[in-house]
Ligand binder design. Sequence first.
Ligand code: ACM
Length: 263
Amino acid sequence: MRVSVAQFCPKLLSLDANLARMEAMCSGLSTDLIVFPELATCGYLFSSMEDAYSVAESMPEAKSYQMFSRIAIQQNMSIVYGFAELDKDKVYNSSALINPDGSYHVYRKIHLFDREKLFFSPGDISFAVHEAKDGVKIGMMICFDWQFPEAARSLALAGAQIICHPTNLVLPWCQAAMKVRSLENRVYSITSNRTGKESNNEAEVSFTGCSQILSTIGEELAKLNATEEGIATVEIDANAAQNKRVTERNNAFTDRRPELYRL
Ligand code: ACM
């Protein structure tokens, strides 16, 4: 199958401009699965709850879902993207998987980072695995979830073959840490990061780009640089993630000793 990672610089609080940009990026694209960044629809550095409410979208009426489901159906591909999700009076930092039949699944970021705690409610649904195009099993985690090995482990133990990881990275360690997450779980990972800077009266953040697609042993199959905008696509065999064998006598899953772990 073909998998793609997208990298660009979303405009803060500009839902329509960001959707138009992502629609243009998808134009003519031939892939089976593409991952866009965290909060790709709306930018990152909110100043107030009013900012959050101004761009938050409810599923399935969300403009982003309406656009991406049309593209997923027309271009026969699965799409993962980050958005601000409104549910009653709460706003979640969420990602959606949209499939070529128009169906969708949502993940709500469980481990909120820094000022995100001011505006978003923490995710209230466990890590889950869903089928994408052709039945490939994917798990979603968002950005700072990388810090917690339990996130990727939960997804891998639930059968994920590919971890889809929309991000807005500001710390320098995630891209390296995800090599370990892929390797220790023997799963592919697609980390889609954004570029650019945002600032307000209270904070300034610079995003690190360097989006990547990693193999089940953490090899870089595709990598964008810190500032470029675009899409990288590679061919993978998703079934390689079924093989947890490390040596003739070792298996990354069946050698686990959970009865001796304190978690
Ligand atoms: C982050 O979780 N957006 C750093």
